[in-house]
Design a protein around this ligand. Structure first.
Ligand code: SPV
Ligand code: MG
Length: 585
């Protein structure tokens, strides 16, 4: 069950009437708790009839007094209180979508019945079936049980009282005739049918415990004549537990519109439980019992545990995951502007580059931001930002700076280069991605000239687009084949913009690969001369070579890299213009 399937009482209550109005055969399956409700609600078989595909499923649920009582270890004698029944009814309704017919036993006295109708209708039940026995009834299936029928006029009065209190037209009250069970005969059954129909009942159920369907078929024929005479159309219900050799089509042809499989889930579960218990006792272990049991995962799936797991994972990755900004390196190409300050402190239209990054992150609810400092670390500042210092920044690469913040990585993290400015939606899109490792790649590289004097992180995608044809890009197909600064620009499909997301699993894979490289590889690794010069792109390539999937989020522009003084000028212009427009409008 997933809560996405929520089905409110008012939407569900009328579904049974709608099915009946379409003249469909309504196939009903028993349920006695949430899990059996899910089975009845979701089981479906598919096949072929000639060229036609056939899908078959149940149309409604039967909340049985026999199986509700039995699942609580009680006999079916109206000893389970209505409150307890209502609790089970609500448990089933919460996890299912199909209309429910409740077995209301005798309905109790008319006052009790009024409350039952009101509570069930409110809960979203579509119909209640009450039987014309005297309270407290005995189950109908056991031969030799004393069965005391209620006077038909007294029972008819109870029906009238129920019909009066129901608040909507959706709810149905169906009368169950027990004449064939109590041995009072066909004529009595038909007399009762007439009286109940005239009292305003919405349908009739004829019950039998005969092994053969003959008596209910005879009743069905005569019931059709009665309906004609009374100029009515009211559905007829049967419960083929004992006469189970007859098929639905034949029952339908005789005039039955609702067929209830009244106790089969509970009986099946009871048998499997007994056999399993015996097998464990006999074998002194559970291996032999396994074929009798559903795999645990199937149960997890049925009750929505796998949905919960997925949602937990999404929450973990989407809510305020730590952001690490490696910002330790010197920036010689822009030193003339920076004058001994780190690039992250460059002024962009009145705010530092880092403050502008933090603003974009905060707007995406990312407030756990850690900057790794190095060159001129004492000059780095920013509100609400944590700083870690990489003492060895001169010797290592941005990867080593990133790893300085390892403690922030374990539950997943976002990595952002310190010299890029982004449009907010890029971060939002990245946060929505589900894969374990996702790099943000720009595809406009294919249309741009390579910039001299700047090392670009080139990428070759596995999912090369055919430029002559439109196609749909499925996210899961967007994976990286190659990444590095030494890739021939002409063969590159994308540029890595310096923003990436690692889920908890992705972060584990990332750190484990790094530890393994450190421990086991010597000399040249990927594009690096040795491990001490290993860059982020080298580690990612190493992961790809080891078979990990590195996905990407494709963007087209929407970001800016601050590398040369002219980039600052451009950023200044863009932000000044943007902020001016915002103020004016
Ligand atoms: C039930 O399922 O509880 C019924 C049907 O009332 S029967 O057990 O056949 O009476
Ligand atoms: Mg019953």
């Amino acid at each position: 069950m997933t809560l996405l399937n929520q089905n409110l009482p008012e939407e569900r209550r009328g579904k049974l009437k709608t099915l009946l109005a379409q003249d469909k055969l309504v196939r009903v399956m028993e349920a006695h708790n949430g899990l059996s409700g899910i089975v009845a609600d979701t089981t479906c078989v598919e096949g072929k009839s000639g060229d036609q595909s056939v899908t078959r499923e149940f149309d409604a649920l039967w909340e049985s007094s026999l199986t509700d009582s039995a699942s609580k270890g009680h006999p079916d004698i109206e000893v389970i209180s209505f409150d307890s029944r209502l609790h089970t009814i609500q448990e089933i309704l919460t996890v299912t979508q199909k209309p429910m017919i409740v077995d209301g036993d005798t309905g109790g006295d008319p006052n009790t019945f009024e409350y039952m109708v009101s509570k069930m209708e409110r809960a979203g039940v579509s119909a209640v079936i009450i039987e014309d026995k005297v309270f407290p009834k005995r189950n109908s299936l056991e031969a030799g049980t004393s069965q005391v029928l209620q006077e038909p006029d007294v029972f008819a009065q109870k029906i009238k009282r129920g019909k009066k209190v129901q608040a909507t037209d959706d709810f149905m009250i169906i009368a169950r005739i027990e004449s064939l069970i109590a041995g009072t005969g066909m004529e009595d059954a038909l007399t009762r049918a007439r009286i109940y129909l005239q009292a305003g009942v919405d349908g009739i159920m004829i019950h039998s415990k005969s092994k053969q369907p003959d008596e209910i078929m005879e009743f069905a024929g005569k019931y059709q004549d009665l309906l004609k005479e009374l100029e009515m159309s009211k559905p007829l219900v049967c419960v083929p537990t004992t006469y189970n050799n007859i098929q639905e089509e034949e029952l339908q042809a005789t005039g039955f519109q609702i067929i209830i499989y009244a106790n089969h889930s509970l009986r099946a579960a009871y048998k499997a439980m007994r056999d399993t218990a015996k097998s464990i006792l006999s074998n002194q272990r559970s291996l032999e019992a396994d074929p009798l049991c559903a795999p645990v995962r199937e149960i997890f799936d049925a009750v929505g545990f796998l949905d919960v797991k997925e949602k937990d994972q999404q929450d973990e990755t989407n809510t305020n995951i730590p952001v690490i900004i490696p910002a330790a390196g010197e920036a010689p190409d822009i030193e003339s502007v920076l004058k001994n300050t780190p690039k992250a402190m460059a002024d962009i239209a009145g705010r530092t580059l880092l403050a502008r990054q933090a603003q974009a992150l905060n707007q995406n609810h990312l407030t756990d931001v850690t900057v790794v400092t190095g060159y001129a670390g004492d000059k780095m500042k920013g509100e609400g930002i944590s700083f870690l210092h990489n003492k060895n920044y001169k010797k290592g690469t941005e990867l080593h700076s990133l790893l300085t913040a390892q403690e922030k990585m374990h539950n997943g993290f976002l990595m952002l280069y310190s010299d890029i400015l982004l449009e907010n939606h890029v971060i939002a899109q990245l946060l929505a991605s589900k894969e374990d490792i996702v790099l943000v790649l720009d595809n406009s590289i294919q249309y741009l000239e390579a910039v001299e004097g700047k090392a670009t992180d080139y990428v070759i995608s596995r999912n090369r687009q055919n430029r002559n044809r439109r196609s749909i890009n499925f996210d899961h197909q967007n994976t990286v084949a190659k990444i590095g600064k030494k890739i021939d620009p002409a063969s590159a499909t994308h540029e890595f913009i310096g923003l990436a997301k690692f889920s908890k699993t992705g972060a584990e894979q990332f750190l484990q690969t790094y530890q393994d490289v450190l421990k086991n590889l010597k000399g040249k690794v990927q594009e690096a001369e040795d491990v001490s010069q290993f860059r982020l792109t080298d580690l990612i390539q190493e992961m790809i070579d080891r078979g990990f999937n590195v996905h990407y989020l494709e963007i087209h522009k929407g970001w800016l890299e601050i590398h040369f003084p002219k980039d600052i000028e451009l950023a200044n212009e863009l932000f000044t213009a943007q902020e001016h427009t915002t103020k004016v409008s």
